[in-house]
Design a protein around this ligand. Structure first.
Ligand SMILES: Cc1ncc(COP(=O)(O)O)c(C=O)c1O
Length: 396
């Protein structure tokens, strides 16, 4: 049956990313392509205790419908555990709980974008966001980055050329895919520039808590004095993605509208998950848990980084993330990364080619490597295979 879908449905005959992930899922292939957190650190026993307490203390209420903005107890815990330590101001009325930050991205796209509207994004950036923006007809304008994130001269140029832009989307901390982090001074500049041109900022921060070196930097939202920054974060990388819980922090008026739209989409996020996470946060030291995650990721990052030095051909550049889950590599020369990907699959190892992360023209020879969900032996073997495959490819 051939259905007549709306214009929001993308062309699914051309799912390059799906094809990459399918090739990487072959059990004979070591995948450094994924973006999954380390499941061995999911606090299963603590959640078992939370589940018992939730049933003892709340019974059927935890299985009932809930409010669209989210469980008030969870929103209080978000303030105590995440906003105050990150120097972000906000009351319960400034927070909406979402079904992962993915829902926030899609819904904000729906709220802001009409056909042909301009949105500014980093080059490269998280590709699902670009897909969400495009599904509402956005014209995507990319802004160049350097090792410190989005470049402010490039942003100002883009804002001058597109003062009508509806949003600026950014992942300023341990960015997906590059692992890059924007320093404090640039954050202040960013918020001022967005204010000057009156374009709202959508700040996506799922990785910011997972820092294993360097000094913490506050989110852009900390510098926001006008309510122009919409901040999003998620429990996916610090507790477990299966709960599908994230949150948005913004102006009270925005949260009211957002909540009405969310009600249309799904009435509310999973109520039982919200009770569980609220209970977990009230009874456990989440900072100690995040410190454990950061320690393991630091070890895996350092191992992968040392293997880039020893196994990859000379001249391969890579990012040096101080947190998060990804390293971004660039192989010098004019490289067809898709052909390189195919060659690596033949050697039994996968990465994500950089091209799909670029909404505009891509930079040659880029690739994303993930280290969060692979043990030491797998990293060693995977990087050996990858190094050999790249060397062979370059010497062809
Ligand atoms: C930058 C970024 N934003 C948002 C998401 C969505 O995460 P979730 O919906 O699990 O919160 C991801 C997932 O990997 C991501 O990398």
């Amino acid at each position: 049956m051939k259905f007549n879908y709306s214009k929001h449905v993308p062309n699914t005959d051309n799912d390059a990313t799906g094809a990459i992930l399918a090739a990487a899922a072959d059990p004979k292939v070591i995948s450094l392509a994924g973006g999954l957190p380390a499941a061995e650190l999911f606090p299963v026993e603590d959640f078992r205790a939370s589940a018992n307490r939730v049933f003892d203390e709340h019974g059927a209420q935890a299985l009932q419908y809930g409010g669209a903005a989210g469980l008030p107890a969870l929103r209080e815990e978000i303030i105590r555990n995440f906003l105050k330590p990150r120097q972000v101001e906000g009351a319960v009325e400034n927070i909406a709980v979402t079904t992962g930050s993915e829902q926030a991205i899609e819904q904000i796209a729906k709220m802001f974008i009409n056909d042909g509207d301009t949105v500014l994004v980093e080059a490269p950036t998280y590709l699902c966001t670009v897909d969400a923006f495009k599904s509402f007809g956005a014209k995507i304008v990319t802004v160049a980055m350097d090792d410190d994130g989005m470049k402010m001269d490039a942003l100002e140029e883009a804002l001058k050329a597109h003062p009508e832009a509806k949003l600026i989307y950014t992942i300023p901390t341990f960015q997906n895919p590059t692992g890059r982090t924007m320093p404090v001074e640039r954050r202040e500049q960013f918020v001022k520039l967005a204010d000057k041109y009156g374009v709202p900022v959508l700040e996506d921060d799922p990785y910011g808590a997972i820092r294993y070196s360097g000094k913490a930097v506050p989110p852009l939202k900390h510098f926001d004095k006008t309510g122009n920054v919409i901040y999003m974060s998620s429990f996916s990388k610090i507790l477990a993605p299966g709960f599908r819980l994230g949150f948005v922090v913004a102006d009270e008026g925005f949260i009211k509208t957002f909540t009405i739209m969310k009600q249309i989409a799904d009435l509310h996020s999973d109520n039982f998950s919200q009770y569980l996470v609220a209970d977990y946060l009230a009874h456990n030291d989440v900072d100690a848990h995040i410190a454990k995650i950061s320690k393991l990721y630091q070890h895996r990052f350092e191992l992968m980084q040392s293997l880039i030095e020893s196994e990859f051909p000379a001249g391969v550049k890579h990012s040096n993330p101080e947190g998060g889950m990804f390293i971004w590599c660039q192989i010098p020369g004019d490289i067809d990364t898709q052909a390189l990907f195919d060659a690596c699959i033949k050697q039994g190892v996968a990465f994500v080619p950089g091209d799909p992360f670029y909404a505009g023209e891509s930079e040659s020879g880029t690739m994303r490597l993930n280290f969060s969900n692979v043990d030491d032996d797998t990293i060693r073997e995977g990087m050996k295979r990858l190094g050999a495959a790249i060397t062979k490819f370059l010497n062809k």
